[in-house]
Write a protein that binds this ligand. Structure first.
Ligand code: C2G
Length: 129
């Protein structure tokens, strides 16, 4: 069984996230999503609208997602790849190159981001209303 992993906040879930998750799942048989905890989001200087438990609940309802685990630190990825026996690590290409240190442990794939949508765009556009 080919196992894939990806990481993110996945706040205000939108079609850009779904495009990423669908393509990630297409790369294997089992997709694990490591979703950023609220504490880790603070380290990323991000504040999610939905709290961790709600973002996790939403992700678990997506057909492409087989398992959701917490992302708590920047440096858990090597351990995760080994612990979950991961074959492929996938991220959007806004992260291109950032996770090449994983190449000795698994395949590293950066997928094209979906243009025209982002959580911050949604927040900004709704902000005024
Ligand atoms: N994404 C995308 N297209 C968009 C928006 C997001 O392909 N229009 C992808 C991102 O590239 C990322 C995933 O969807 O791979 C989740 O996006 P975020 O929740 O913004 O993730 P981020 O905050 O970048 O967290 O350790 C890695 C970090 O946790 C990544």
């Amino acid at each position: 069984m080919k196992k894939v992993i990806t990481y993110g906040t996945f706040d205000l879930l939108h079609w850009g996230h779904i495009n990423l998750l669908r393509r990630a799942k297409e790369m294997g048989d089992y997709l694990i999503v490591a979703i950023s905890t609220d504490e880790f989001n603070r380290l990323k200087h991000k504040e999610a609208y939905h709290a961790y438990e709600q973002r996790k609940l939403i992700l678990e309802a997506i057909r492409y997602v087989d398992e959701v685990i917490p992302e708590e630190t920047w440096d858990q990825k090597i351990e995760d790849v080994q612990k979950y026996d991961i074959d492929t690590f996938v991220m959007g290409d806004d992260w291109a190159g950032e996770f090449d240190f994983l190449k000795p442990y698994c395949e590293v794939v950066y997928l094209g981001r979906t243009e025209g949508i982002s959580t911050s765009l949604i927040k900004n556009e709704l902000g005024g209303k």
